[in-house]
Design a protein around this ligand. Structure first.
Ligand code: FEO
Length: 385
């Protein structure tokens, strides 16, 4: 696949992985992208997952047409991109490895060698001339690991963006970009909004015509759309007006309350209501929706003097990703000592800029006239804002 006249795609689709990074479901597979830039000197950008070593090396060989690469540029040392460094240098022993100093430390840990005889360490702003192509390396620490660099090709205005602008799904998966890019972003990089903002500010001074990420499709059209979404996500802004109701229910009574609230919100004209049963849904999907919408209602039962386990896990996932800037309401259920709202508020204590609704809902085992009235108040308040 030709990306530009001089850049060829040599990545692979992984359709066998059930859990990417050991935790994220990937129903439409995963792409590990790699690129070859052909100039007077030839550079290969990143490797792929270990399971695809042979396929990847064959693809490189095919685009090289008998030539040999001069550089392997390692932008990110996570094994989904770096597992085949040793195989590459065994096949192309004259190639240099171009990467950040932190990457080479990681190589020593992964491979028992930092390849000192073929190292080319590049810092922020360093450049490399391949002939007519001039590459600039830009440090992008914590997008997604500390050693990450991204690379800008001044000649064809291409950004090799490492994990940034990546998504779940095979490269040719027929699906909405934002949906799986958002789940990927908040699942994997969501904690590091500040660092993503820093990278976006650095990139603002470059004219970019093509983005070549390490996962998902190459982006060529309407790049402002992708950059704007990344800006919203990394600044923890509200992407869509609406309410996510995330709940757990043991015997169905909390669920009944949630369904009543969702119905009343729709009837009152709430722009969008999304309901998520945390015990039965993909947790990463619930997390992305919490960051997507401006309002969140948490509904759960008191359980062992705490809250139901799936809600506990959900709140842990939100707080570790710096959940902030949202309106939050609560529905609690308890048969003898309800305390779920207090526990949930305590868990959110360190989150910045959360606004709690005045109305809260307390259910004592099952819905009553009183708790139905509280749901009506909560729906009113959520719709009024
Ligand atoms: Fe795609 Fe952070 O590795």
């Amino acid at each position: 696949m030709e990306i530009t006249k001089d850049i060829q795609y040599v990545g692979v689709n992984d359709l066998r992985e059930e859990l990417f990074e050991g935790q994220f479901i990937v129903p439409n597979g995963m792409a590990y992208n790699s690129y070859v830039l052909l100039d007077e000197q030839i550079a290969v950008f990143d490797t792929v997952d270990a399971a695809f070593q042979e396929e990847w090396l064959k693809k490189i060989e095919n685009v090289l047409g008998g030539k040999t690469p001069d550089y392997l540029i390692v932008q990110h040392m996570e094994p989904d991109h770096s597992a085949n460094i040793v195989a590459f240098i065994e096949k192309y022993p004259k190639a240099k490895i171009v990467s950040s100093s932190k990457s080479f430390l990681m190589m020593k840990n992964y491979f028992g060698s930092d390849f000192s005889e073929r190292q080319m360490v590049v810092g922020d702003g360093a450049s490399l001339h391949l002939g007519k192509h001039e590459l600039t390396f830009i440090a992008a620490p914590m997008v997604h690991w500390p050693e990450v660099i991204v690379t800008y090709d001044k000649t064809e205005k291409v950004l090799f963006s490492a994990d940034a602008f990546g998504k779940f799904g095979a490269i040719d998966a027929d699906e909405d970009w934002a949906c799986e890019a958002r789940r990927y972003y908040f699942g994997i990089v969501g904690k590091y909004g500040v660092q993503v903002q820093t990278l976006l500010k650095k990139l603002a001074s470059y004219e970019i015509k093509t983005i070549c990420p390490l996962h998902g499709p190459v982006l060529k059209d309407n790049l402002e759309y992708y950059l704007r979404l990344y800006d919203t996500w990394s600044s923890y802004g509200v992407e869509s007006e609406g309410v996510l109701i995330a709940y757990t229910s043991v015997y169905g009574h909390t669920k009944e309350a949630v369904e009543l609230l969702a119905t009343r919100l729709q009837e009152k004209g709430c722009p969008k209501t999304v309901v998520c049963d945390l015990a039965r849904s993909d947790m990463a999907e619930a997390v992305e929706d919490a960051f997507r919408y401006g309002k969140l209602v948490l509904a759960t039962t008191t359980y062992n003097g705490e809250i139901f386990p799936f809600m506990r896990e959900f709140l842990a996932q939100l707080t570790e990703r710096n959940f902030q800037n949202r309106t939050v309401g609560f529905i609690e259920n308890g048969s003898w000592a309800p305390m779920a709202t207090r526990v949930m508020r305590e868990k959110l204590e360190k989150c910045k800029n959360l606004r709690y609704t005045q109305a809260t809902v307390k259910i004592l085992s099952a819905l009553s006239e009183e708790s139905r009235g509280q749901i009506e108040e909560l729906a009113d308040e959520l719709c009024k804002e």
